[in-house]
Design a protein around this ligand. Structure first.
Ligand code: UD1
Ligand code: MG
Length: 453
């Protein structure tokens, strides 16, 4: 849509959130509120967006990172005042969408429908409205017959007006020239002493301009985030949308009530997600993989047919047909090739483990490269840190590390080498060698009886 500009208001403090974070920086299903709005506006095909910032502007500006033009509102004198700040950057012949940064559930289809209705009707302004069972806090749509007569804020409303359940969603479409004209005339004569954007409708109507409403059937989309309670409510709605989407794409989600999947996660067909599982960031799960129960993965990739159970993983790459867990901890920089096994109480950090290698029990593997088909015995520890620096360990292909081995890095164990259980290995081991480092076993026969004498 050319000649269409979005103005997104995001300068308010969000007092009702009681937070040091600006309201639009709060996170919803893995994305900030402002990102949700910017993404949605982008999906609707709007090429140019202006974001009005004020409170916490540095944080928001850095976060938006040039995705939109920034306009500063130094003092937050109300939504009308916020949009006034954008006027120098807007042209009269443009169609202007005004949105709030605190309305992350609005869908691009609805925004497009609003613009279409605005254009078909040849209106000067169109207000997106919705019916809310509990309209408390929202501006109410006051009508005379079918026509809008004004928008009244909760705090300015009469008891009868408070009974109106058609509310102002805070999303509007304007003819640029009409918006520019009307904004010049708004006042602060209301209960909050603010410049209300909603006053422009009174003004336009008085000037005989055509002002209409477009009502969205899905009132969920109008939810404005003003409190932590509303944030949680929105989280529930987005979460349900995401789960329904993936189920429709062929993913089995055994218990949607205990499954949390962020917006940017990607799941392939025939993936199964077992209960109490959380997938966040840009996690991607390939076909036939089974994740959970009780698994948390952030920014991970899991290959086809792998199973990950009772596991915590962050920034890890898991190849095809791997078996991870129960109770594995994969930390950033973990890269597992195909058919790797990582078992119970194993922690892996910044390590590359090649095809078919196994770390089945009770190990710490850090800054390590393990060759293919190597077997790491229970209780193996790579001693990678000397208190000052981290050092690497290399374990060759087909090596067999005995149980309870300490590998003191920097260290290289050759291909097919074997370490005896309980050894502390400090020097490199050549390929195919057996290395044992432990005290000789001393056996004092009848020692018990001797002592008793
Ligand atoms: C506003 C509407 C109300 C509507 C509701 C929908 C007005 C007067 N009221 O009320 O009719 O039902 O949204 O959610 O417009 N902002 C600024 N600068 C300011 C003040 C606010 O940028 O000086 C921004 C806020 O950061 C926020 C948005 O504008 O993103 C809306 O402000 P908010 O205070 O949440 O308005 P509501 O009371 O929700
Ligand atoms: Mg609001």
């Amino acid at each position: 849509m050319s000649n269409l500009v979005a103005v997104i208001m995001a300068a308010g403090k969000g007092t009702r959130m009681k937070s040091k974070l600006p309201k639009v920086m709060h996170s919803l299903a893995g994305k900030t509120l402002i990102e949700h709005v910017l993404d949605m506006v982008g999906q609707a095909g709007v090429k140019r967006s202006l974001v009005i910032v004020g409170h916490g502007r540095e944080v928001i500006e850095a976060h938006i990172n040039k995705r939109a033009e920034i306009v500063v509102q130094t003092e937050q004198l109300g939504t009308g005042h916020a949009v006034m700040q954008a006027l120098p950057y807007l042209e009269g012949e443009q169609t202007i969408l005004v949105l709030s940064g605190d309305q992350p559930l609005l869908k691009s289809e609805t925004l497009n429908a609003l613009v279409e209705s605005h254009q078909i009707q040849g209106a000067s302004a169109t207000v997106l409205t919705a019916y809310m069972d509990q309209p408390f806090g929202y501006g109410r749509i006051v009508k005379e017959g079918e026509n809008l007569s004004k928008i009244v804020e909760e705090k300015d409303a009469t008891p009868e007006q408070r009974n109106i359940i058609e509310i102002n969603t805070g999303t509007y479409c304007f003819k640029g020239s009409a918006l520019k004209e009307a904004l010049r005339k708004i006042t602060t004569e209301n209960a909050q002493g603010e410049y209300y954007l909603t006053e422009v409708f009174d003004i336009l109507l008085k000037h005989g301009e055509k002002v209409v409403t477009y009502c969205t059937a899905n009132s969920h989309e109008a939810l404005g985030i003003n409190s932590r309670g509303q944030l949680a409510e929105a989280e529930g709605i987005v979460r349900k949308r995401i789960l329904e989407h993936w189920m429709a794409e062929g993913v089995t989600i055994v218990d949607p009530a205990s499954t949390f999947i962020d917006t940017e996660v990607v799941l392939a067909q025939d993936v199964t997600i077992l209960p109490f599982t959380r997938l966040s960031g840009k996690t991607r799960i390939e076909e036939d993989a089974v994740i959970g129960p009780q698994t948390s993965m952030d920014n991970c990739i899991v290959g086809c047919g792998s199973e990950v159970t009772y596991t915590v993983a962050k920034e890890a790459l898991i190849g095809e047909r791997c078996h991870i867990g129960p109770f594995s901890y994969l930390r950033p920089g973990t890269k597992l090739e195909a058919e790797v096994k990582v078992g119970d109480f194993v922690e892996i950090k910044n390590s590359w483990i090649e095809t078919g290698a196994k770390v089945p029990h009770l190990s710490y593997i850090g800054d390590t490269h393990i060759g293919k088909s190597a077997n790491i015995g229970a209780g193996t520890i790579t001693c990678n840190y000397d208190g000052v620096k981290k050092h690497p360990t290399k374990i060759g292909a087909h090596a067999f590390i005995g149980s309870n081995t300490n590998l003191v890095a920097p260290l290289e164990i050759g291909d097919y080498a074997v370490t005896g259980a309980g050894s502390t290995i400090t020097k490199n081991v050549p390929e195919k060698a057996l290395v044992v480092e432990r005290g000789q076993q001393m056996v004092k026969e009848h020692w018990h009886r001797e002592k008793m004498k």
